[in-house]
Design a protein around this ligand. Sequence first.
Ligand code: NAD
Length: 357
Amino acid sequence: MSAFELTAEDDIVMAAPELEGLVRRIFQTLGSDAREAGLIAEHMVAANLAGHDSHGVSLIPLYCRMVREGKVRPNTRVSVVLDHGAIVSLEGHRGFGQATADEAMTIAVERTAKHGLSVVALRPSHHVGRIGHWAERCAAAGHVSIHFVNVIHAPPVVAPFAGRDARLHTNPIALGIPRGNKDPVILDFATSRVAQGKMRVLMARGGAAPDGYLIDSSGNPTNDPSVVFRPPLGALLPFGDHKGSGLGLLADILAGSLSGGGTFHHANAVDGVYVNNMISFVLNPALLGNETEREEQIEAVVNHFVASPPRDPAAPVLIPGQPEARKRKHRLAAGIPIDRMTWNEIAMAARAAGLAL
Ligand code: NAD
């Protein structure tokens, strides 16, 4: 089991619908209308179900604080900046990303159905969550999609390849490919070794990061996950050395400069708000024809790929998206585990919002 899958005997375990109801109530108490609270709750619980606890209910205390400090305004809707039919630019007004990105994806899916492809840029929104969620949305409509996201306004947490201090964010990329009635291929990753939130979850569980993930404030290797949260700040390393480092930079350029929301650099005001820009490229593959042949080719390569004999019998070869699908199946049956520290923080945030818990 990886360091990011720790559980403990005193974990709170909740069924997904019960947890979703709780999250909805918390955000309604904070001022979100039923639509927005429902979208946040659905997204967070879907992230927990997929095994990405960093993007699930552990974010509640942070989001509550952002609302209290006036840094996120509930019920903020996107506005259209430019509309060229297949190319649309949206302003997110720093609204809850789970809701603004939902609006962006509704437009992306509609425009792709109409024009065959679309490019939808969404500029400053509060955290848009797990990016695979948006690739899954497009795949469910039968569309192939690629999403690039950057982060601005929060302190940087990722060192460029060969650098010794944090200059970038975890700038994620997600790609989705539909597979008819089978689970889509969803490759969804931070361009750092892992998402920053995984270090928060690890801290809450008292775990240590694996070797090669982090450097401290002097640029030396460390296993202490707190170095990306508490001064003196260190940094996460990019995944895949120079390749992940380059992809992180490109995600910043594509999401930040094409959306107009801005890339991350020294001139950005760092005000502690986790603001995302996202650009999504969406394609209806049916318009390229050869539907049957395409589906056969996808299945052929997937089967060929997973047939590689595993080096460790306990760790079979999986396609991207399969670990999340497996975890979803397991957690839908067994419930979602939440560590005690995170649960106590959620309860405190709920009580501060005025909800008895
Ligand atoms: P990760 O390292 O767990 O990688 C996830 C990807 O790798 C998935 O596509 C998964 O299917 C695939 N994968 C994992 N294990 C696999 C295996 N054994 N075999 C085959 N494929 C495998 O994830 P991460 O990089 O830590 O990112 C976690 C989440 O954080 C993502 O959902 C990402 O979108 C999100 N994120 C969001 C932001 C933001 O600003 N909103 C920033 C960074 C990351």
